[in-house]
Design a protein around this ligand. Structure first.
Ligand code: NAD
Length: 379
């Protein structure tokens, strides 16, 4: 029988790697699920609820980990957790593989097979395992809700006997998964929404959500999407034209949500200090790229900066502020991923090391870091 362990996350992480729903499904697959007491509490999954679905609640992380075949986590497990695992155990988590290389090497030495959910290939078959999408969607939603609550005015237009309240103007920069949900949420709140991106495919998506698309649509823009569906870094000439367009537009905006990212690079700088200074006091910028250096020059990761009355927030873990949904979706992503590995009768793990999804997410195996994206750089 496959033994699955779930331990509590650190104090700054409210999400958890299972839900009552996924416990039930894992048990139905023939697995045993051991959960450290209280691990689901911050996602409102009580020990009792998990127990009702078939989980075994244990008092300590060590008890959960002892003899486990699989450890499911949100963040990278601690050194102690890795050392409590048996050799060859499977670990699936958002391990932030580019961070803390020394820690990752030590984790690899435990002999665990470590899977990084952030490396999930963006192919149709893996869509239901795509943690970046499931979490970015919630981040896009929450960014707008937080902006609306920080904003000193109402979002929708209201025509009342005492006068008219104008609709807020919201500008979304970067229209990937988070940006699309931000557009939809801002529209639902009654805001007038504009959006920009460098990938031509986003134009129609923006318009279909009832927002206005603005961008420099030159020859470079037409080629700006990679085969994998991501944005390319843009040339200096393009960035200059884009900055002029943004400068003209942003000064009239009330709320700006930035989500622009380029894989493996620092976030593109889209909002300069001068642009912030052109905005009205009371305007709000939420920079979802804060962790990767920020899309705004004045962003400070994890803080809210007030610059002449314009507030710039650089939240670090927005999905973690809607933990009930974020955990449910993340747990579902993990369940679908695990189903690839669990033998049909639940008797054991049967991993096809050649599977594109397994290969794409496997960071470490047999004591060494094995993912090509983590190979030491030459020279
Ligand atoms: P992301 O987080 O890498 O980037 C966010 C957005 O920022 C992207 O739309 C990008 O084009 C944009 N951006 C980058 N540089 C910019 C700049 N200088 N100015 C303005 N915008 C800029 O993107 P994501 O949300 O991960 O989505 C990327 C793509 O992957 C999309 O096409 C999405 O539809 C696709 N996708 C596919 C799957 C799948 O098939 N399984 C799953 C999820 C996403």
């Amino acid at each position: 029988m496959v033994k699955i362990a779930v331990t509590a996350e650190s104090a700054d992480e409210a999400r958890v790697s299972i839900s009552p729903d996924t416990v039930k499904k894992l048990v139905a697959l023939g697995c045993e699920v051991y959960v450290e007491t209280g691990a689901g509490m911050r996602s409102r999954f009580s020990d009792d609820q998990l127990k009702q679905q078939g989980a075994t609640i244990v008092q300590t992380a060590t008890e959960a980990l002892s003899g486990a075949d699989v450890l499911l986590k949100v963040r990278r497990p601690s050194t102690e957790e890795f050392s409590s695992l048996k050799t060859g155990a499977v670990v699936a988590a958002m391990v932030a593989p580019h961070d803390d290389r020394t820690g990752l090497e030590a984790a690899a030495k435990s002999g665990a097979s470590i899977f990084s959910m952030e490396f999930m290939p963006r192919i149709t078959r893996a869509q239901s395992m795509d943690v970046l999408s499931s979490q970015a969607n919630l981040a896009g939603y929450k960014a707008v809700v937080d902006a609306a609550s920080m904003f000193d005015q109402a979002m929708p237009m209201m025509m009342t006997a005492a006068g008219t309240v104008p609709a807020a103007k919201t500008f979304i920069m970067g229209v990937g998964v988070a940006g699309l949900q931000a557009i939809a949420t801002a529209r639902r709140l009654g805001s007038i929404v504009t959006a920009t991106d460098v990938r031509p495919a986003t134009k129609e998506q923006v318009q279909s959500l009832g927002a206005k698309f603005i961008a420099i649509e030159d020859e470079e823009f037409k080629q700006a999407q990679t085969a994998a569906g991501y944005a390319k870094p843009m040339s200096e000439a393009y960035q200059k034209k884009q900055a002029e367009l943004v400068a003209n537009h942003i000064k009239n905006q009330d709320v700006v949500i930035t989500t622009a990212l380029i894989p493996g690079r620092p976030a593109p700088r889209l909002i300069s200090r001068a642009m912030v200074e052109s905005m009205k006091p009371g305007a709000v910028i939420i920079d979802l790229a804060a962790e990767r250096g920020g899309n705004c020059e004045l962003t400070k990761a994890g803080e809210i900066v007030d610059h002449g009355g314009v507030r710039i927030a650089g939240p670090l873990n927005l999905p973690g502020t809607v933990p009930v949904n974020a955990s449910s979706l993340y747990a579902k992503n993990l369940l679908t991923f695990l189903q690839l590995m669990i033998d049909k009768d639940g008797a054991g793990l049967k991993i096809d090391w050649e599977d594109e999804i397994i290969k794409g997410t496997l960071v470490a195996r047999d004591g060494a870091i094995v993912h090509p994206a983590l190979a030491p750089k030459e020279g």
